[in-house]
Write a protein that binds this ligand. Structure first.
Ligand code: PGA
Length: 263
């Protein structure tokens, strides 16, 4: 697991955007797994800048979002459909037909989830999956107790997640209590994973995910089972890591080796 600790949120966003941009440049038909929430907003802003200023081209890119609230119309202002189009898709040249987000209004949920998984497979699988982490250690909406082998399905959100998301909905009563989410097993099948965390309120979840035991109680800890994971943190999110100095040292040594190769 590569642990990158950046100075602040802006640096974290720039670093993550650079990794995604490289993926697309090397493979213009890359399949990206995308995430919503406050954390990736800066990454989307950076990617939009790169598209506008440097011509970063999304025309061949295919995307699959991690999750969507169940019971919310795609047009609802707080749906993840609205989030993705407003904050990213409308501002770059991703083709509408290349975008997949779980449908929060679907009636036959099981069939929908099976089809979603099939579309990912038919698209060649996800090359790079972007992830946030919840304060309860979730990835996607895989709340504590989710099987580490789980697939795309309907999940009941924890009280903590409902409370955390209430800030977007005005009143807690309006926050959906269910979501359709890729499973932990689905996420682990992506070729590369890129998890981001910013702020002190994520420090405990980050420590449990990176340095704790692999456990369904902290579904982000499943990342320890994946061979190609990068985690980008800011200082506060990294503040409870025991081996923080070692991770920084590894990054310093890696950039020295890279500099030597380039000279
Ligand atoms: P956040 O959400 O980026 O809004 O903190 C992360 C998550 O719950 O996965």
């Amino acid at each position: 697991m590569r642990i990158i600790i950046e100075e602040n949120y802006n640096a974290l966003s720039r670093k993550a955007a650079a990794i995604i941009a490289r993926e697309i440049t090397v493979k213009p038909t890359a399949v990206l797994g995308l995430a919503t929430g406050s954390t990736p907003l800066g990454v989307y802003e950076e990617l939009i800048k790169m598209h506008k200023k440097e011509g970063l081209d999304f025309s061949g890119v295919r995307t699959f979002n991690l999750d969507e609230y169940y019971g919310l119309n795609p047009e609802h202002p707080e749906s993840y459909h609205t989030f993705m189009f407003k904050n990213f898709f409308e501002k770059v040249n991703v083709k509408r037909g290349n975008v997949s987000i779980p449908d929060g209004m679907v009636v036959d949920v099981d069939q929908f989830c099976t089809d979603y998984e099939k579309h990912i497979r038919d698209g060649g699988g996800i090359d790079l999956q972007l992830l946030g982490i919840g304060r309860d250690g979730h990835i996607g909406f895989n709340e504590p107790g989710s099987s580490l082998a789980s697939r795309t399905r309907l999940k009941t959100l924890t009280e903590e997640t409902v409370r955390d998301n209430a800030r977007f909905f005005g009143r807690k009563g309006q926050v959906p209590h269910f979501a359709i989410t890729m499973g932990v097993g689905t996420i682990l099948e992506a070729k590369k994973l890129l998890m981001l965390a910013s702020g002190e309120n994520k420090a405990e979840a980050v420590r449990n995910a990176i340095e704790g035991p692999v456990s369904s109680q902290v579904t982000a800890s499943a990342l320890q089972l994946h061979p190609k994971v990068s985690v980008i943190l800011d200082g506060p999110a990294a503040s409870l890591l025991k081996r923080r100095d070692y991770y920084a040292y590894v990054e310093k040594m890696a950039s020295q080796v890279q500099a030597e190769v380039e000279t």
